[in-house]
Design a binder for this molecule. Structure first.
Ligand SMILES: NC(=O)c1ccc[n+]([C@@H]2O[C@H](COP(=O)([O-])OP(=O)(O)OC[C@H]3O[C@@H](n4cnc5c(N)ncnc54)[C@H](O)[C@@H]3O)[C@@H](O)[C@H]2O)c1
Length: 302
């Protein structure tokens, strides 16, 4: 398929470009910036430029949109909620309208586990009520609802992936796992503020890419929302023990403190996407850390 990929310079976008190409798709990657990489295969354009986006869609005869471009976490753009609304809600609405106008075959939105908010103990599946605790989370809820509205009213075949905490090469936002690997290489310890019983749901970026490819290519979509995670609920002491074994030289030092996304989410159920579409994660935390370390050592991670 001829695919327009937004956020093509970001963490998920950088993993998706080779992954989608290897599966036979023709990818047109766009982003606001290439972060100084001199990336000739990326078109620089904002998510508010309808005329420019139309020109790209017509030039490359785009048939589907994978929408990764966004202000990508609740810890970003603090104090600037309307910037989040503009990028994440208005940007998604414009792309959905382009999908409608050009009769595209599929629209994939990167939504987030943040749509659920501070759930507390218990299992989170796709029927769990959406109670976001941030404007970011609310922007993802709105994006998902726009997907449903455009599907029902205009037949745009969209789907939202509620993605857990992503780690891997090209992540620029703060990430304890990336710090652990880089600090290990530099012979440093890594201080990690945390509560010892707080649960993390990490997922490796390559698994997220495979999940996106799966929903992009599915002949039909039994549902419009799917959780995507690694199926591992881990506390920081557990993560630290895995990292010490998986990454030579890793020295996590846990100190009291809160995470920058403090929603309590203890169990994240990823059964629906497996049952409906056959996707399952391939990387547990040890395997993901090992792959991430190899990318960092090879210098293809920033
Ligand atoms: N990283 C995570 O842990 C995570 C978890 C759940 C969901 N998501 C979602 O997945 C998607 C991709 O996330 P990521 O981790 O690759 O983020 P990222 O920040 O690495 O990449 C997002 C890209 O979007 C671009 N962008 C931002 N605003 C834009 C605008 N107005 N116009 C054009 N481009 C713009 C940025 O330049 C950036 O390269 C996002 O929608 C994010 O909310 C990410």
């Amino acid at each position: 398929m001829k695919v327009l990929l937004t956020g093509g310079a970001g963490l998920i976008g950088m993993a998706l470009r080779p992954l989608l190409a290897a599966r036979g798709h023709e990818v047109t990657a766009i982003d606001l910036t290439d972060f100084g990489r001199g990336d000739k295969d990326l078109s620089l354009i904002g998510l508010d430029d309808r005329t420019g986006l139309e020109a790209i869609i017509e030039r490359d005869r785009i048939e589907a949109i994978v929408h990764c471009g966004a202000i990508s976490g609740p810890m970003l753009f603090k104090g600037q909620p309307l910037e989040i609304v503009k990028a994440n809600i208005d940007g998604t609405a414009l792309l959905l309208d382009l999908a409608r106008a050009y009769g595209m075959k599929r629209f994939v939105l990167c939504s987030s586990i943040s749509v659920y908010g501070d759930v507390g103990p218990g299992r989170i599946d796709e029927t769990t009520p959406l109670r976001p605790t941030s404007v970011y989370g609310a922007s993802k809820v709105t994006g998902e609802q726009l997907i449903r509205g455009f599907a029902a009213e205009y037949g745009v075949d969209g789907v939202s992936l509620r993605i857990a905490r992503v780690y891997g090469p090209y992540r620029r936002a703060n990430c304890h796992l990336g710090s652990l690997i880089r600090d290990a290489a530099a012979g440093r310890a890594t201080e990690i503020p945390c509560e010892s019983d707080f649960v993390y749901h990490y997922v490796y970026v390559d698994d997220v890419g495979e999940a996106i490819a799966t929903v992009l290519e599915a002949p039909s979509l039994p549902d419009r929302e799917y959780n995507v995670g690694a199926g591992e609920a881990l506390t920081m002491p557990e993560i630290a023990r895995i990292a010490e074994r998986a990454v030579t030289g890793a020295r996590p030092v846990l100190v009291p403190g809160a995470d920058d996304v403090p929603d309590v989410q203890t169990e994240f159920d990823i059964a629906r996407i497996g049952r409906d579409l056959g996707w399952r994660p391939r990387f547990d935390l040890a395997a993901g850390l090992d792959d991430y370390r190899r990318h960092i050592e090879a210098g293809d991670s920033a």
